[in-house]
Design a protein. Structure first.
Length: 234
């Protein structure tokens, strides 16, 4: 039996079951919804086949925003974001998710696709960490959607995926991303020289991190208590 995500229902039901799956914990699951300051509802959920149109349109129209801060794509931006590219991406992400190394999620605002958030390079055992990356369409910019999504994703990494540490990087030329991470409690750990190939060249990045023992409450609770979001909702 298949659920609306095109995924086995048994997998989706694990969230309310006996705990995270031993091979791919935290996937495929849906997070709680949180209400941001304008009353909109934000949550994370697995990517859907039906996200193809919105994904392609949003990333194509935001080329001037995304291309300078994202990994270099082969060929043209338009070719890398057409529907055939979407199907290849979805297949790759789901394959990696089913092996437990990645949790790829859609950012949803009021039931509409608004961007992506990924927990990647998931490692358990003595390392127990992952990285978090995200993008939000310009259609939803300036409303706190990215901040709420990162809070949900970080809490998901700690509570459902079960890692001890979450890291992130951002370009010196992209301080807005750094602010989103700082608001969620990420602290500066270092400066990585020529570490990622972005927009045709190797770029320096700030490295930030957060561990599960640094705060007594969750990211969502901290945002709620500071008044940045209005809290969880059913």
């Amino acid at each position: 039996m298949i659920d609306p995500f095109g995924l086995a229902l048994g997998h989706a039901e694990r969230r309310a079951g006996s705990g995270p799956h031993p091979d791919h914990p935290g996937w495929p699951e849906v997070t709680d919804r949180v209400m941001i300051s304008d009353g909109s509802l934000v949550r994370l959920r697995p990517l859907l086949r039906s996200d193809a149109g919105a994904w392609s349109a949003m990333r194509t129209e935001d080329i001037e925003i995304l291309r300078p801060v994202e990994p270099t794509v082969p060929g043209t931006w338009e070719r890398a974001h057409d529907r055939s590219a979407w199907w290849q991406l979805l297949l790759t992400l789901r394959t990696m998710a089913n092996t437990g190394v990645l949790v790829p999620m859609a950012i949803e605002c009021d039931g509409h696709f608004a961007g992506q958030l990924t927990l990647g390079n998931i490692q358990h055992g003595v390392v127990s960490d992952c990285w978090i990356g995200y993008w939000v369409s310009s259609r939803y910019a300036g409303r706190g959607v990215a901040t709420a999504a990162v809070a949900l994703g970080t809490d998901h990494a700690f509570t459902r995926v079960g890692v001890h540490r979450v890291t992130a990087t951002y370009l010196p030329a992209n301080p807005a991303s750094g602010r989103v991470l700082a608001i969620n409690g990420f602290r500066e750990e270092g400066y990585l020289v020529r570490c990622l190939h972005i927009d045709g060249d190797w770029r320096d990045h700030h490295l930030v991190a957060l561990t599960d023992g640094e705060f007594l409450d969750s990211c969502v609770e901290r945002l709620t208590n500071s008044g940045r979001i209005l809290g969880k909702t059913m």
